[in-house]
Ligand binder design. Structure first.
Ligand code: 13P
Ligand code: SF4
Length: 338
């Protein structure tokens, strides 16, 4: 899927503009969810109102696990394209609708399947681990899928002599190498436009202004940010850390959508969003933020746009995703089993 976030969608704009302004969208979404017998899945980077409406709000792993379990005719997925696509692969009989089909991801968009196939072909004896932030076509070229919460565990579970290719996030790859003590992993050089923009310098400055604050970061950040962090983890691990830590102040180096759950679950703690370079607001994911309450209402009302994955592609992409789910459920042997 090409980079679509900045391409206008006049038809969607017209549908949004035509929504009756007197409607209470919270009530309408709740009503439609009942009527459609739908489940609403939302990622932590969604705006607070969407998170509050969701049946399940989680990180990529939790959302994939929820999609695998779901037995509902409709899944409304408030996240980005690769997440909804994964849900469709795991739950093919459900209609999977998304608020805005343009919500992509720089990591997935920066790793086209044809180029990735050529890259993989150069390393025929490597085990291919692809981050869930990738297209179904790239997943289909992989041995196993990972998320930020299980990437290091998957690498550590493989035999030391097993050569590994990791895609598409170079910073996550480097972090995984550090965690696993392996410096020989071949990786695709992609980046997340949100996490690579955090300024290590500004974060260090902020830390001197808040000496009691702990820096916490997502592993999609670059090394100069990660090396300052007292804790690195997936979105749910970051939230859990804020809740359980004795520390009262945190500088949070990930998309600021997570702060909503942190505030709810750890009231009274000071949560400071990490600054981006030039102090722009570019630490908000432009893809995730395409989703709004209005568009969520429309996708439930009209059951469009709906995700489709061909049966042939689904069959190829399903296996590496299932390996990850089995591994995360405790079946370590799943990684190397056919
Ligand atoms: P998590 O799996 O940690 O929620 O990350 C998803 C993502 O897109 C991070 O940028
Ligand atoms: Fe992709 Fe980065 Fe947005 Fe996550 S924050 S969806 S990795 S662009």
């Amino acid at each position: 899927m090409a980079e679509l976030a900045h391409i206008p969608d006049p038809r969607l704009d017209r549908r949004v503009a035509a929504i009756d302004a007197r409607l209470d969208l919270f009530e309408e979404i709740a009503r439609l969810r009942e009527e459609r017998d739908a489940i609403l899945l939302a990622h932590y980077y969604q705006e607070s109102e969407i998170q509050d409406l969701a049946d399940v709000v989680g990180d990529s792993l939790a959302l994939a696990q929820a999609a695998a379990k779901v037995q509902k005719p409709v899944i409304a997925f408030a996240g980005v394209h690769f997440m909804a696509e994964t849900a469709k692969i795991l739950s093919p009989d459900s209609t999977v609708v998304v608020p805005d089909m343009r919500a992509g991801c720089s990591l997935a968009d920066g790793c086209p399947a044809d180029q990735f196939a050529a890259f993989v072909a150069k390393y025929p004896d490597h085990y291919v681990i692809s981050y869930v932030n990738s297209s179904a076509e790239v997943k289909a070229l992989s041995d196993v899928i990972c998320t930020s919460s299980n990437a290091a565990k998957i690498v550590q579970a493989l035999p030391r002599e097993q050569k590994i290719l990791f895609a598409p996030d170079r910073y996550l790859a480097r972090w995984v190498m550090k965690q696993s003590g392996r410096d020989d992993i071949v990786f695709w050089p992609g980046t997340c436009i949100v996490h690579e923009i955090f300024s290590a310098q500004e974060i260090a400055k902020l830390a001197t202004e808040h000496p009691a604050a702990e820096i916490i970061a997502h592993p999609e950040c670059d090394d100069p940010v990660l090396s300052q962090a007292a804790f690195v983890g997936s979105t749910s691990a970051l939230i859990e850390h804020v809740v359980t830590s004795d520390c009262r102040e945190f500088i949070v180096a990930t998309e600021p959508g997570v702060i909503h759950q942190m505030e709810k679950r750890a009231p009274g703690k000071l949560l400071i969003p990490a600054p981006a370079q030039g102090n722009c607001a570019c630490n908000e994911c432009p893809h995730m933020r395409l989703n709004t309450l209005e568009k969520l209402y429309l996708c439930l009302r009209d059951l469009e746009p709906a995700l489709e994955v061909s049966p042939e592609l689904r069959a190829r992409a399903l296996k590496p995703i299932e390996r990850m789910l089995a591994f995360s459920a405790g079946d370590t042997g799943a990684l190397l089993r056919d």
